[in-house]
Write a protein that binds this ligand. Structure first.
Ligand code: S3P
Length: 169
């Protein structure tokens, strides 16, 4: 079985960018959970949050995770809050290796495009607090941690090497 490569981490940690690089380099399909939810609902993330609320968004995330967990050979870039739902990340971990893209939260916030990110509207302190809250959650689910301060290429290289150690071709 070709286990999925699952990327978790804060908003702006580089999951989508690293995911694209991994997908290119490993010749795999990229499943970006936020992009899939937007595609399927025909709504943007801010619109979903504003009209339906966060709980409805999380329910869509969970449903998608259950579906993706039945597939293999994917690179899955998760929305930043997805691992806060045990059932969602547990489903992805069933047939995936999970990597936490960790990056200095202050630098992440300073380079973050907050538009389109409803949970990044509370300012820098709020973002740092959320990072502290979520770090133990990311750590708990991660099979490996990639420090992203060296840029997305370095992180992608590290993840491929770690993946191949556990799942050789
Ligand atoms: C969220 C992160 C977002 C998106 C939603 C909620 C979060 O994804 O899923 O706005 O709870 O951290 P990115 O991590 O891709 O920004």
């Amino acid at each position: 079985m070709r286990k999925n490569i699952v990327l978790i981490g804060m908003m702006g940690s580089g999951k989508s960018t690293v995911g694209r690089l991994l997908a290119q380099q490993a010749g795999r399909e990229l499943a970006d959970t936020d992009a899939l939810i937007e595609q399927r609902t025909g709504r943007s993330i801010p619109d979903l949050f504003a009209r339906e609320g966060e709980a409805a968004f999380r329910a869509l995330e969970l449903e998608l995770c259950r579906e993706l967990s039945r597939r293999e050979g994917l690179v899955i870039a998760c929305g930043g809050g997805l691992p806060t739902q045990d059932e969602a990340i547990a489903a992805l971990k069933e047939n995936g290796l999970v990597f936490w893209l960790n990056r200095d939260p202050g630098k992440t916030y300073d380079s973050l495009d907050v538009s389109g990110r409803p949970l990044a509207q509370g300012g820098r302190e709020d973002f740092l607090r959320r990072y502290e809250e979520r770090s133990p959650v990311y750590r708990r689910w991660a099979d490996g941690v990639a420090l992203c301060d060296g840029g997305p290429e370095a992180a992608a290289k590290l993840i491929i090497a770690a993946y191949l150690e556990v799942c050789p071709l």
